[in-house]
Design a protein around this ligand. Structure first.
Ligand SMILES: C[S@@+](CC[C@H](N)C(=O)[O-])C[C@H]1O[C@@H](n2cnc3c(N)ncnc32)[C@H](O)[C@@H]1O
Length: 228
């Protein structure tokens, strides 16, 4: 077991509880949209044969599996919840998955060409410290891609989405996963997580440049990109 801080312990225990039903809940609650978002992340990766990609907070490994479709690259997945990695390993069979905390990654500096983090950075104790750690392990000109929930900008859509995430998601997520509190935490943490320019400012503080982002589904989520 990895040494964990208090907030990490709560997050660790929550993801350990929901992992057996995580994929099912993800599919139902996102209406399958997360599949399209992963493809957007893969397109943004622009990796060349021989390069190394690391998918952090990989969970059940779907982003790592998507990236693995890029010919000739090496993909590694990492997460701090071991049972998530067991599911990822059963699904992929060929990708190495390792247990690791995004705040203290078991990689030497400048070892990785691309780091992706999909719906994970919000859960890390200090997102800024996590981004700095990612910056440390990236090679010169290496790329970070972060996909994370945020707040939609359009007022009418935002009202609709807030209703869905506040009332329907916890109820449905609770039934599907057996853990209602995890699906109360999701919209609550997404609602207060810095998005758009505020998240780019964090990336800049962590040492990234050439920053940009694009909204996914009217800003339910965002795909951020930065270069070391
Ligand atoms: C919402 S899931 C996302 C999983 C996957 N990336 C996806 O897009 O479906 C968040 C994942 O982040 C992992 N996680 C949270 N904090 C972490 C940390 N500090 N270090 C490593 N993994 C962490 C959790 O165990 C969980 O598997």
């Amino acid at each position: 077991m990895l040494p964990l801080h208090t907030m990490s312990e709560a997050i660790h225990s929550m993801f350990t509880r929901i992992c057996p039903r995580y994929d099912l809940a993800n599919d139902v609650l996102s209406f399958g949209l997360h599949r399209l978002w992963r493809k957007a992340l893969k397109r943004a990766a622009k990796l060349s044969p021989g390069q190394i990609a690391l998918d952090l907070c990989t969970g059940t490994g779907d982003v790592a599996i998507e990236l693995k479709q890029i010919p000739g690259i090496t993909v590694i997945g990492a997460d701090f919840v071991f049972p998530m990695l067991r599911i990822a390993d059963e699904k992929s069979g060929t990708i190495p998955f390792i247990q690791g905390d995004t705040m203290r990654l078991p990689f030497r500096s400048e070892a990785i060409d691309l780091v992706s983090v999909s719906f994970g950075i919000r859960n890390v104790d200090s997102p800024l410290a996590g981004l700095k750690e990612i910056n440390r392990i990236l090679s010169a000109n290496g790329k970070v891609l972060v996909m994370e929930f945020g707040q939609p900008q359009n007022r009418a859509f935002s009202a609709l989405y807030n209703f869905y995430s506040k009332y329907i998601m916890p109820c449905l997520g609770g039934i599907l996963s057996g853990d209602r509190s995890a699906y109360e935490y999701l919209p609550e943490s997404a609602g207060r997580f810095p998005c758009r320019e505020n998240f780019l400012a964090l990336m800049k503080d962590a040492g990234f440049s050439k920053l940009n982002y694009r909204p996914l589904c009217f800003g339910i989520a965002y795909l951020y990109e930065g270069i070391k």
